[in-house]
Design a protein around this ligand. Structure first.
Ligand code: PGA
Length: 256
């Protein structure tokens, strides 16, 4: 089943707006829950109240990050053991965390393994910077990120593992990757995942596209043969736009 994930990032700034947004999304997403897996990633502080709205709806809840230890003296961090009771999913290695918080591939690998060991599903983000794209080194950068990020994973993790290919130059910029570039990179990702956990298991790992996805351009990505859905930032803050992304994805996969 395809997955459409809403990464709210550090939005909205108050709980009432968060609840309005999730109710708006739910009113439409609920009708497609049998054809598209939908997951909402609010900020940590709204996980409980957004989760209460989503209860029994079939729409999943996720956290935008996690730490790699389960408990201890790690000020400000939230562990997979804590999230397990609230969420089904967690995002790791988002480019904004790599950029602003200095997250390394090694940290991403530790977070991925810790979250999987707590039975959370993991969306691991990879993607090249504009400089890499311009220099023609996207493939090297992305395959190194995938290899390093999956260093502690095995074939058993495949059903709960998702890789989001997000060219960093396309995130929040309104610039979209050419579908041909996205397709080639996803094919590379599938191959590298296969090298890491075995080709059979790699086929179960879903691959998403992310980077300025909206209701008008989502079709060209979810139509790609290797694309299993989308990770949506900005457009997920508008309930109508996000619901339309879910609807288009359901239609495309309904015809496969
Ligand atoms: P965007 O963000 O859709 O606003 O480009 C995507 C993401 O960062 O996951």
């Amino acid at each position: 089943m395809p997955l459409v994930a809403a990464n709210w990032k550090m939005n909205p700034t108050n709980e009432d707006d968060a609840l309005d947004l999730v109710r708006g999304v739910l009113s439409v997403a609920r009708g497609h829950a049998d054809r598209v897996e939908v997951a909402i990633f609010p900020p940590f502080v709204w996980l409980s109240s957004v989760g209460a709205v989503l209860a029994e709806s079939g729409v999943k809840l996720g956290a935008q990050d996690t730490f790699w230890e389960m408990s201890g003296a790690y000020t400000g961090e939230v562990s997979p053991a804590m999230l397990k009771g609230w969420c089904q999913w967690v995002i790791v290695g988002h480019s904004e965390r790599r950029l602003y918080l200095g997250e390394t591939d090694e940290m991403v690998a530790k977070k991925t393994a810790a979250a999987l060991s707590s039975e959370l599903g993991v969306i691991m983000c990879v993607g090249e910077l504009a400089d890499h794209y311009d220099a023609g080194t996207s493939d090297q950068v992305v395959s190194a990120q995938v290899k390093a990020g999956l260093a502690n994973c095995s074939a058993d993790d495949s059903a709960r593992l998702v890789i989001a290919y997000e060219p960093v130059w396309a995130i929040g910029t309104g610039k979209n990757a050419d579908p041909e570039h996205a397709y080639k990179t996803m094919r590379l990702i599938r191959r590298v995942v296969g090298e890491m956990i075995g080709a059979g298991a790699a086929r179960k790992v879903r691959i998403l596209y992310g980077g300025s996805v909206n209701s008008k351009n989502v079709q060209q990505y979810v139509e790609l043969p290797l694309c299993d859905g989308a990770l949506v930032g900005g457009a997920s803050l508008n309930a109508e736009d996000f619901a339309q992304i879910v609807k288009v994805t359901a239609e495309v996969y309904g015809h496969r």
